[in-house]
Structure formats: structure tokens, C-alpha cells
Design a protein around this ligand. Sequence first.
Ligand SMILES: [Zn+2]
Length: 314
Amino acid sequence: MLEQINESIHLIDLNFLGHSQAIAAYLLRGEQEAALVEVGPASTVNTLLHALEQAGVSPSQLRHLLVTHIHLDHAGALGVLMQRLPEAVCYVHPIGAPHLADPSRLIASASRLYGELMDTLWGPVLPVPSERIRVVRDGERIEVAGRTLIALDTPGHARHHHAYLDEASGLLFAGDIAGVRMPHTTYVRPPTPPPELDLEAWQASLAKLRALPIRQLALTHFGVFADVTRHLDELEHRLLAWGEFTRQLVEQGLSDEQIITALQEYGNAEMQALGVEPTSYDLGAGYQLIALGYARYWRKVLITDKPNRFGNGC
Ligand SMILES: [Zn+2]
């Protein structure tokens, strides 16, 4: 499904596992060439290529593949796409780049989380030839498809995370740093998977975004939202509130399974109070990974003797 965002930017719904509004890619069309921000997993490549055909973009016109970070739901298709798009190069954060050229550690780490579901969820994760990888630095301006995108190093969700600001429109391709939100709702869920969740870094990234002229947020999970300040405030509030909730559970010595269950009950109660369907968010950010990310973060922080940083700030 293609949805027009403005005169030259379209949202592509990748229909992940047959579900709409789970994972988006954004198509940028110029006169001579096209670019994508986010490519989704390899399991949705055919949907992606079909959408490009519908948009009248030929494989040789699609020259630039930007990913906000290398998690498989955002970038897993890159290796396969390099075989299908003869002129394409990809753009990635310096910390993510080595893992595109050699995805063995990425696959091993995802396999620990997803087990035998790996292939069904993500499809084949193939290496990207090094000569087709462009490493992007913080603040770099990238000219693609007639537009200028500014790369913004935005750690917190992952260390290898960029958001991209489209200079002309003020649209921010936010990846996961601006959370998960379904269309026609206001509720923002923080996606906090292991192993790189860093609450302080995330807050600093949100402060960095607040200082920029952002007019709309284009979320990978899912869609475009114009209430930028309110959205970021809600995300930060919940990121820290859930942090405080999970910190107490970790301090009480609860198991991972108990923390997952407790956070799910806590989060779903919030959503139900607002009349939002909880499961609509689970493909973008499920409670299991959210809870495991917080639990790992707090065990690390508590061990290194910095326990109460968020104890009164929520
Ligand atoms: Zn992610």
C-alpha cells in the first residue's frame, strides 16, 4: 500500500506478516532517481518491490537506501535488495556499518531473541558488499532524490541510530527514537529492546530533536504525526515512568518472566483507559523485548552503582 505524504514522499506499508500498520518504509522520488528511508526486513522485500513498481519507480532508479539503524525490522532487507537493485548503495551509522558487511553477529544476537522464528519473521539476512556501504556521520547532509536529508546521531534505543531530517519539509524520519504510535491515536509506546537501551542517551537525543525545526514525525512504526512536541513529551514521560516501574521490579529481584507480565499489565491498563487496542502496538514494540531491555539496562546500572538516577524524575 502506498500513501502520499507530500508531493514527493510516499509511505509504503510493508504488510509485515500480513499485518498492515506494523512496519513502514518511506519512498522519496526525484526527477531522475529515488531513495528509500527504511527498507524493512527481507521477509517483506516482495511487498516493497511491488510498491515501487506501483509507484512507477524502476529498480535501476532506486539508488539510495537509508536506514535509521540496523535492527532487522528496519534494515534486514538490505543484503537481498543489493541483489535486486543494481544501482543502489546504502547509508548507515558508523557503528552499524561493519554489521551490514558481516551480519554474523547481528544474526547471532537476533537469534538469541527470536529463536526458531528468525527466518519466518525476518527472512534471509545477507551481507552487503562493502563497496556499496556509505558510512554517515552526525550532522552530515545527504543529497538524494532531489532532497537534502540531515543525519542526526540519536542513540538511546540503539547506539547505531540516526534520525534523518528532510530539510525542505521539516519531516523527521525518526526510526525508533521517537517511539511507536499507531495512526489515529495519541498513545506513544517506548521501544526499549536489549542490549543497547540507554535512558540518559535517549533523553539527550530527545532534547536534540526538540531544538530542531521538525514539523512532522515519520515513524517506522507507524505513520506521520504533526503534534511533535506533545508526542515527544509523552514518549519521554512514558520512557521514564516505565523505567521507574521496571527498576523497582529489578530491585525486588523479580525474574524476567515476572517483569514482562507486570509491564504488560501496566502498559495495557494505560492503553485500555484511553480506549486504544493494545495488541495493535505489539508488532512494532512487544512487551517481551521492552521488558528485557529495561531489565538488562537496570541490572547493568545497579551493578555499576548508579541506582537512583531516575528515582525521582518521572
Ligand atoms: Zn529498533
